[in-house]
Design a protein around this ligand. Sequence first.
Ligand code: PGA
Length: 254
Amino acid sequence: MRKKIVAGNWKMNLDYNEGLSLFSEIINMFKDEATGKQQAVICSPFIHLHSLAQMARGYNNVAVGAQNAHQAESGAYTGETSAKMIKSVGAAYVILGHSERRQYFGESNELLAKKTDTALKNDLKPIFCIGETLQEREANQHFDIIKSQLAEGVFHLAETEFAKLVIAYEPVWAIGTGVTASSEQAQEIHAFIRKEIAAKYNQQVADSTTILYGGSCNPKNAPELFAQPDIDGGLIGGASLKSRDFIDIVKVFN
Ligand code: PGA
C-alpha cells in the first residue's frame, strides 16, 4: 500500500514565533485526533525548520520539509541553502518544482532534475510538483506538459531513487485561486501520471508512488478528492495556515 500524505506548504508566511505556535497547535491536534494512518508533513520557510524538527521528535507520523533547495552541494551561492544543510536540521522532505518557483524564479525541468539528484543524494525526499497553466489546459496541452515535466524532471532517475519521490499534481490555475480541479479532472491526471510511471519503470513502482493533489484544497473538497483511487493526499497551501483546517484535511484519512 502506498503512503497517504497530507503536506502543508506555508510558502513565505509566518514569522518565527507565529510558525512555532501554529506548528504546536498542529502537532497537538494531530496527536489527539489523527489515527496515524497518514503522514503529515509541514514544509515551512527555512527559519522555522530546525525548531519544528525538534518539536516533531517523538511523532512518528509528523515530518517537516523545506520548500526549495539548491542544486549544488555547497559553494559561493549567496543567499542559497543546500540540501545537506536542510537535512542537518532534521527535515525529511523538500518541495521541488513548485509552480511559483518555476514561474518567479525561472526553474526549468533541467534545473529541477539537478535539484532532485542533489536532494536525493542528501537523503531528502523530494515532493516533486508538476502541473499545467490555464492557457495550457485551454489549449488541450495538459497531458503533454505533465509528460514532459516527468520525462525531463525525474525520469532520469534509477528505479530505486525514483521510488523515494512523492509526486504532487498542482494545476497552476487552481493554486491560491479558490478554483479547485474537479475530482474527475484531478483523477484523470493522477491516473495518467501513474500510467507514465508504469511505462517508464514498472507497475509495482507506479502502484507504490504517492501522488498528491494540490490547488485550493480545503476541508470541504478534500473528502471527494481523496476518495479518488489515484489521489493519495494533498499539498495544501492556504488551508495549511489554519491548524483546524489542516487537521480536518489530515483526518480525511482517519
Ligand atoms: P493553495 O496552494 O492550497 O493555497 O491553492 C497549494 C500549493 O501551492 O501548494
